[in-house]
Design a protein. Structure first.
Ligand SMILES: C=CC1=C(C)c2cc3[nH]c(cc4nc(cc5[nH]c(cc1n2)c(C)c5CCC(=O)O)C(CCC(=O)O)=C4C)c(C)c3C=C
Ligand SMILES: [Fe+2]
Ligand SMILES: [Fe+2]
Length: 337
């Protein structure tokens, strides 16, 4: 029987600047926003606008926001992604099926190509690419696969590759989310009047063109609400982080919070199930900006429920997703007669 080829994992996230400064934001945003999967506007029109206007204004504005969530260890997104890779590696070793797990970022560092090469150099012959995006979208998941393909195109020798597309309805992911909400309720000793599940938005047009992202977000929310035994009037699914003037998925998070407060909802819990690592979009946009919006509109209590980050149930979910894909790879022994 053939021996199993050594497997490695690439645990991938979006990427983040190296520092909360305009100088570090510029190359990060330039790489991110010139990806045709992210901004689907004709290049001839978009690139002059990006370089002539957006990259002159946005780096300063975004740097100030990053500075408000940056820690001594660095950008929260980078810190959590690194930690998740370490913990998953540790769990795989403990389960008796060890495999190196390297973190990688689609934009910025550590780059996808560098980390794939590091896995190859460590003797890995099969790589499972596991995006930290539970819901598939072309802007995130497909773009990451483009990033891997760019490295493959430049490589003389590359490993066997498997890609995880999504795990938006995976029972262990839903259980980890459910556990995080229940733990929050227990800590507080009470529940807020309303739970808002806020997902990152994408343009409406992308959905019309066939992106399954919106359906997957709503399905995750439905499964989570079911597990928490919430009635439809006890929770709302919203979309945040709109970029540019086009219509994005609705309802938008901040106007929804405003409307809830104006309609007399005094207390809300807000969570971001589509983000598994706390980052700018959760810690600043939700826990700072959206909190302010809700309280300004008359709300009394705003609780942010953190992302799954390094919670044990989430690391178990990552382990199970890995094992399910590894099983699909298991060599079928061939009989030569
Ligand atoms: C979770 C899934 C994400 C989707 C879908 C997504 C789509 C998307 N994003 C932009 C533009 C920006 N996003 C930015 C930050 C950012 N986005 C995600 C995730 C998704 N984006 C994360 C995890 C982060 C945080 C990164 C961090 O360092 O903490 C930013 C940069 C920040 C800023 O300047 O506002 C932009 C820009 C588009 C256009 C898009 C879909 C088409
Ligand atoms: Fe984004
Ligand atoms: Fe944002």
């Amino acid at each position: 029987m053939a021996t199993e080829k050594p497997i490695g994992l690439l645990l991938c996230n979006l990427g983040t600047p190296d520092a909360p400064t305009p100088a570090a934001l510029r190359p990060y945003l330039a790489q991110f926003l010139s990806d045709p999967r992210v901004v689907e506007i004709p290049r001839l029109f978009w690139l002059p606008l990006l370089h002539g206007v957006i990259l002159r204004v946005r780096p300063r504005r975004s740097a100030a926001k990053y500075a408000s969530v940056w820690s001594d260890a660095g950008s929260p997104l980078a810190v959590w992604t690194q930690r998740q890779a370490e913990l998953l590696g540790q769990r795989l070793r403990e389960s008796g099926l060890p495999a190196p797990v390297l973190p990688a970022m689609r934009y910025g560092q550590p780059a996808v190509g560098t980390q794939l090469q590091a896995l190859l150099d460590a003797g890995v012959q099969r790589v499972l690419v596991l995006p930290l995006y539970p819901q598939y979208s072309a802007a995130t998941t497909a773009s990451l696969f483009d990033g891997v393909a760019d490295w493959v195109r430049r490589s003389r020798r590359y490993p066997e590759l498997r890609f995880v597309n999504d795990y938006h309805d995976h029972s262990d992911y839903i259980a980890a989310l459910t556990g995080s909400v229940r733990a929050h309720w227990e800590r507080k000793g009470q529940r807020a009047q309303h739970l808002v599940m806020s997902f990152h938005g994408i343009p409406e047009r992308n959905v019309r063109l066939g992106d399954p992202y919106a359906d997957q977000c709503r399905n995750t929310a439905r499964l989570l609400a079911q597990a928490l035994q919430l009635q439809p009037e006890q929770y709302t699914v919203t979309f945040q982080s709109r970029f540019g003037p086009a219509q994005w998925l609705q309802p938008y998070t901040e106007p929804t919070l405003q409307a809830l407060a104006k309609a007399g909802t005094r207390s809300v819990e807000v969570m971001c199930p589509g983000f598994v690592s706390d980052c700018l979009e959760t810690l600043e946009e939700i826990n700072i900006e959206a909190r302010h919006t809700f309280l300004q509109a008359g709300g009394q209590a705003f609780d942010y429920i953190p992302c799954l980050n390094d919670s044990p149930a989430w690391i178990v979910a990552l382990e199970h997703i890995t094992e399910q894909h590894r099983a699909g790879w298991t060599t079928v022994p061939t009989q030569i007669t």
